[in-house]
Design a protein. Structure first.
Length: 308
């Protein structure tokens, strides 16, 4: 009898263990492996790093970038849109902390640089002796999108409502971190603002939200079989171009040599225009001065002629 009870108990424990660790699908991250459902929560290993992530929330941008680089057939960096000045490198293979955050110092061979919490380079590239004392926080992210042609005009209020619902529901961002949503046909601008002092424990980071959003808008969703679907007035909202800008709590440290040729050309043109304006102003004043002196001289000669 005792033997039968022991066997029954063993079977019950095995069944419980099997139920507690059944396979699962990570709905919010397709770049994972070895997924196991434990206690109702799906946990997986992030590809490339092996860090365990929970699938009921967003995965950090650093782990996502590392997974994408690991799964890429070609090494190196992808080209970025020219308008995205703040993100000067695009995709690279990052070094992540155990909690998924970017390490303040990133390197590629003998070249190193400092990044912000969004993983965007904020200094010139140096050798491996570079010191990055802290991971500077990105407090403001500006997402600028250009929508495609539509049959019906896009209603501003309907657009704002749809984007608010999408960001809070799909990307799980607290609405208080969503700033202005501005529409100037055909451009849509969304502001995400999040200071470290005002961020509650467990809140998703705006850098992760922006990365998920950018991937969705470009048709490369990170979600598992769940593409972005924003319908406004019964018509799908499609995006033609998306650019993300980053504003840190401490200004970046770029030198002139790191600026793109286009930016340098604009600076040169502006400087030349200012110099040309100063030259014209000085010449005009000099000519006016000579004219006044000549006029005074002629008037004095006339007075002397009359007195004679």
């Amino acid at each position: 009898m005792h033997l039968l009870r022991g066997a029954a108990l063993l079977l019950l424990l095995c069944a419980t263990a099997c139920w507690a660790q059944e396979g699962c699908v990570c709905a919010k991250n397709k770049r994972v492996t070895n997924c196991v459902k434990t206690g109702g929560t799906c946990r997986c290993e992030s590809i490339g790093s092996g860090v365990t992530v929970e699938c009921d929330t967003l995965t950090s941008k650093c782990l996502l970038m590392k997974a994408e680089m690991t799964g890429s057939k070609t090494a190196g960096r992808r080209e970025k849109p020219k308008e995205a000045f703040e993100d000067t490198d695009g995709l690279y293979d990052p070094e992540c902390e155990n909690n998924g955050m970017f390490k303040a110092k990133q390197c590629n061979g003998t070249s190193c640089w400092c990044v912000n919490t969004a993983g965007v380079r904020r200094t010139d590239k140096h050798d491996t002796d570079l010191k990055c004392n802290q991971l500077v926080r990105t407090t403001w992210i500006i997402i600028e999108m250009k929508h495609g042609e539509r049959k019906a005009p896009l209603n501003t209020e309907s657009l704002k409502k749809a984007l608010m619902e999408t960001i809070t529901r799909r990307y799980m961002l607290d609405g208080r971190y969503i700033g202005d949503i501005v529409y100037e046909k055909p451009y849509i601008t969304v502001d995400l603002k999040q200071n470290s002092s005002g961020k509650y424990p467990g809140d998703v980071d705006i850098a992760d939200v922006a990365y998920y959003f950018e991937k969705d808008a470009k048709g490369d969703s990170i979600f598992h079989n769940d593409r972005l679907n924003i319908s406004i007035d019964n018509e799908m909202l499609l995006f033609e171009k998306t650019v993300v800008y980053y504003v840190d709590e401490v200004a970046p440290e770029f030198s002139m040599k790191s600026l793109t040729p286009g930016v340098i050309a604009v600076i040169v043109v502006v400087v030349l225009a200012i110099v040309a304006g100063i030259v014209v102003l000085v010449c005009t004043r000099r000519r006016k001065g000579k004219y006044v002196k000549a006029e005074v001289k002629e008037m004095n000669e006339m007075h002397r002629g009359l007195n004679a």
